[in-house]
Structure formats: C-alpha cells, structure tokens
Design a protein around this ligand. Structure first.
Ligand SMILES: [Zn+2]
Ligand SMILES: [Zn+2]
Length: 370
C-alpha cells in the first residue's frame, strides 16, 4: 500500500530493483511506491519510467503513486488523467503534506473526475516544527523536541471534512494516534469515502522504543503512546483501518548514523512486516489470520482498484506461501533492501515467508536463498 523506492534520483538509498527484491522476499507480490523521488513523480514520463524499471526487475508488481501537486510543492495540481493513463494508481504528496486547504479541496474534486484515491500523509508542519519524536513524557525525559499528536489529528480531521464536502475518495496514510482512528471511525459511520492504513511499527512499538536515541526508531509519524497503540489495535480489529502498510522508507546507513535530531525520518519494513504481523497480531490473538490477509492483501488492492488478491480461476497467480510455525531472526545484514534501519533487528519471530509467486512465476524461495 505504501513504500518508497527512491528511484529515480536517490538510488544510493534504494532502487526499484532492490525494493522489488525486498518486497518479494517479504512476501509482497505487489507494492505501491510514493512519488517523492528526484525528479518527483508528477509526470507521465516518470510514472512510465518506474513501471519500466519494475518490469526489467521482473519481481514484484510496482504500482506508482503520482504526486498530488507539481513538484510536491502544494500549489498546482498534477495532471491526474495523464498520470492515471501512464499507470498511476493514486496520488499523494506523502512526506510533504498539502498544507493549503483550498489546494487539497481542488485536488479532491479533481480526483473524483479521474476516480483516483488521494492518499494523504496527515501532518501539520507548523505544529511539528523541529520535533524529532512524539511529544510526551519520554521525549521530555530524554530532552528531545516533541511532535504533538495534534500535528496529525488536526490534519486528519481537516482532510476528512474536505472529503465530505467533495465526495472524493480519501485514503489516510499511517494512522498513529487514538484521536485519528476515532475520526476515521466516525467518518466511515457517516458514509464519508475514507479509508486508512496503519504500519506494523505503530501497532507494536511506543515512543519508548527511541530508547537511548536510537535512530532506527525515528520515523514519521513518530511512535506514539501506549493508549494510541491500543487504539490502533482496535482499529485493525474492528475494520476502522483497511490496510496494514509498511511505509518502507530506506535511507543510507551513514544517514541513519547521524545524531537523533539530524538523522532522516524513516525505517525499512518490507522484510519484517509479515513475521511481525503473524506473531504479534495473529498468534497473539488480536486479529484472525483471515483479517491479516485482508489488511495486507485484499484491503490495499480494493483501495487502489487492483485485480487479484484471491485464488479464483482467472485471477493473477500472485501468491505468498507462509509457514506459520517456522521461527526466524530479523537480520538486517540479510535484507535485499539497501536500507538497513529497523527497530526490530535481532527479534526472533514465529511465522515466515517460504515462497512468493507473481503472475504464476516463482520470484522468491526461501530454500533457494539459504
Ligand atoms: Zn508519510
Ligand atoms: Zn511514506
């Protein structure tokens, strides 16, 4: 539902090929990649180029998400029709949220004409300021500037209101606060066309994972309080959230080695998500296995209007084989991704990906990679 593959322009962090290799090793047959490349994916030529790179790699299906606004500057809307024709499945300025509500309203209106969902990273940059982790007792204790929960939920509530008045499809990226989840639940009950995703890290960790200034726990939105984490678990169990998304955001090792305040926001997630979901959410009894499959597979496909996600005759044979009993240890040195930064390194988890097929072709096998 939500990854960053960094190509074109930032290949030292990740390429389409390395990202697609990480995807299939993590059990993902398809991914949707965000537009914050260099150049930004705001033109049909960049969208087509990303698709071509994915085709050459021949691993996961890669569905580009185009920028909502030109250059992700939050001013002029991109050409949604031409982008969709080139293969874009949604639009988003993820990472640089659309600040001006009038621009967001126009983007939502325009998206309706082209039946494209608008995915929004809900953040109020003025409230985030210089914040590096979630505002709260732990940030105060270790002396880091905080990002208030309101930075997110004010933007969530604004964007839901704009979705309501435009009738457009809004997808909210990486919910991280209890109040955001409550807003989505209310909006759905009111019939507003809103969907939402949650990441594994927000479902499993809290702000205390920052520990001793560990940059592997620095991402946006920041890890939140225990009450928020519990509300997110409820949201994936009761259908408020439609998808679990990794927000796989690789950076170079040297960048994540900087001091906490200088290091970039973002962690990898494609090669850790499935075992984390299987052990921490399914085996622990929070959601049944079928709900995990919905959240990781059919939910995202429905939001993005993609075929597949089932095992019917005629459907694309995109299949992931899981072993629910096998135990493995998360070892970043073995990642296919160029990014290595994860707060889950060293964790031993039960449940793993055995093999992955895309379009009937085996693109990953654990035994072949031993
Ligand atoms: Zn984001
Ligand atoms: Zn993202």
């Amino acid at each position: 539902m939500h990854v960053h593959f960094r190509e074109p322009g930032l290949e030292y962090k990740e390429t389409v090929a390395s990202g697609a290799a990480a995807a299939v090793a993590g059990g993902f047959t398809a991914v949707a990649c965000m537009a914050n490349t260099d150049p930004v994916n705001d033109s049909p030529s960049v969208t087509a180029h990303i698709r071509q790179l994915a085709k050459q790699a021949g691993l996961a299906r890669v569905h580009p998400i185009a920028a909502t606004t030109q250059g992700m500057k939050g001013e002029r809307i991109s050409e949604f029709g031409a982008l969709k024709e080139a293969g874009a499945v949604a639009v988003s300025d993820d990472g640089l949220p659309v600040g001006d509500p009038a621009v967001m309203r126009r983007a939502l209106e325009y998206s309706r004409l082209h039946d494209l969902p608008v995915i929004e990273h809900c953040e109020t940059l003025e409230l985030t300021g210089e914040g590096a982790m979630r505002e709260g007792a732990y940030a105060a204790q270790i002396g880091l500037p905080g990002i208030p929960a309101a930075s997110e939920f004010i933007a969530v509530e604004r964007n839901i209101a704009l979705a309501e008045i435009t009738g457009a499809r809004l997808h909210i990226a990486h919910l991280s606060t209890a109040r955001s989840a409550a807003a989505v639940r209310r909006a759905k009950a009111a019939g507003i066309r809103v969907t939402a995703e949650v990441t594994p890290h927000h479902l499993i960790l809290t702000d205390e994972a920052v520990g001793d200034y560990d940059t592997a726990a620095k991402m946006k939105p920041p890890l939140a309080a225990e009450a928020d984490r519990e509300a997110l678990l409820t949201a994936i169990a009761d259908g408020t959230a439609d998808a679990i998304a990794t927000d796989h955001a690789p950076h170079h090792e040297d960048e994540k080695k900087l001091c906490f305040q200088s290091a970039p926001f973002g962690i990898v997630g494609l090669e850790t998500a499935v075992p984390l979901v299987l052990e921490r959410l399914v085996a622990s009894g929070i959601i049944p296995l079928a709900q995990a499959v919905r959240l990781l597979s059919t939910g995202p496909r429905r939001i993005l209007g993609l075929p597949g996600g089932d095992l019917r005759p005629g459907s694309p044979a995109d299949i992931t084989l899981l072993d629910l009993e096998a135990t493995s240890t998360i070892n970043p040195a073995s990642f296919r991704s160029r990014g290595r930064s994860t707060p889950f390194a060293g964790l031993s988890l039960r449940g793993q990906v055995v093999a992955t097929w895309v379009g009937g072709r085996e693109v990953y096998s654990q035994s072949a990679n031993r």
